[in-house]
Design a protein around this ligand. Structure first.
Ligand SMILES: Nc1ncnc2c1ncn2[C@@H]1O[C@H](COP(=O)(O)OP(=O)(O)OP(=O)(O)O)[C@@H](O)[C@H]1O
Ligand SMILES: [Mg+2]
Length: 284
């Protein structure tokens, strides 16, 4: 499966190498968490490699987006000028859901594009009828044209149980939840990969920070180092113990340990417990 690098430092290893190509990936987060910066990093990663990119927005015009990038120390204007990056501003009030103008803008790019919709929320919050079908159809169209990143605004109330959040969350391929706690210090900003269809992904909550120039940097160092190490059966059991474990069980334990996310002390403890349970169950 082809992987698409996110451009966000420290994130790809947590996704198993990046996004999967031709998917819709949702970045959910409250105001100010860095969704637009994420979207820009994703686009710039593609532009660097001369990939075609589309940036669709409902509240920012080209100038706003160029200035937001400039504030981070990034120049996207030259890519707009040479046509590699297309920016479209649509007025939600003017369009019926996913109208032709928007679809044509997307379809002008045949394949392998990087698409950003920042944000998708205005499109959904103006609707009062069941749009699951339409959203699903729209996502299918996006996947044909490339790999999309869609940002979704988390309400300040924290209530995620509204259609504008649940619909895209259920229908997307990958969901990343970004949070800002407002306590300051190292754990102030964190992200979590809620799901990644057809791929392994890291479990847990990862701190991130935003730097001018670098953008979002995810602190996954400890996790990556831990998971790169593979625990062997010899790390858990002594020679003597190994001799007493039935071959059939030993084989299953080996398979379990091959999974790279299991190499901590808890797993040592659990594997010893597995052997104890096995013995207990085969006693009589
Ligand atoms: N030059 C900078 N250096 C460090 N951090 C910055 C810089 N510029 C912006 N930020 C941080 O990024 C945040 C804005 O990020 P961004 O615009 O991506 O948020 P967002 O999630 O898109 O929010 P919204 O769209 O709701 O306004 C700022 O609140 C600030 O904390
Ligand atoms: Mg934004």
């Amino acid at each position: 499966m082809m992987r698409i690098k996110t451009g966000v430092i420290g994130l790809d290893p947590l996704l198993g190498g990046g996004f999967i190509s031709n998917t819709v990936n949702v970045i959910l987060g409250s105001t100010g968490v860095g969704k637009t910066i994420f979207a820009l990093q994703y686009i710039i990663e593609g532009l660097k490699n001369r990939e075609k990119c589309l940036y669709i927005s409902f509240d920012m015009d080209v100038d706003d987006i160029v200035k937001t990038a400039e504030n981070m120390g990034w120049d996207i204007k030259s890519y707009i000028d040479d046509g590699l990056l297309k920016v479209g501003k649509f007025i939600v009030e003017d369009i019926t859901f996913l109208n032709n103008e928007l679809m044509n803008f997307i379809k002008e790019n045949d394949n392998n594009s990087r698409i950003v919709i920042d944000s998708f929320t205005p499109l959904l919050s103006t609707l009062d009828y069941d749009v699951r079908k339409d959203v699903n159809w729209f996502f299918e169209q996006l996947k044909r044209v490339g790999t999309a990143v869609i940002t979704i605004e988390e309400p300040l109330s924290g209530n995620l149980d509204v259609p504008s959040i649940t619909l895209p969350s259920f229908l997307c391929d990958c969901l990343i939840h970004m949070k800002k706690l407002g306590y300051g210090e190292v754990l102030d900003r964190t992200l979590r990969i809620v799901k990644h269809r057809k791929s392994w992904h890291a479990e847990g909550v990862f701190p991130y920070r935003i730097f001018k120039g670098l953008g979002i940097v995810v602190d996954s160092k400890h996790y990556v180092e831990q998971t790169m190490k593979r625990m062997t059966i010899q790390d858990i059991f002594s020679e003597e113990e190994l001799k007493s474990i039935p071959a059939e069980l030993l084989e299953k334990i080996k398979i379990a340990l091959e999974n790279r996310s299991y190499c901590d002390e808890d797993v040592k403890h659990l594997m010893r417990w597995v052997v104890e349970c096995y013995r207990e169950s085969t006693k009589s």
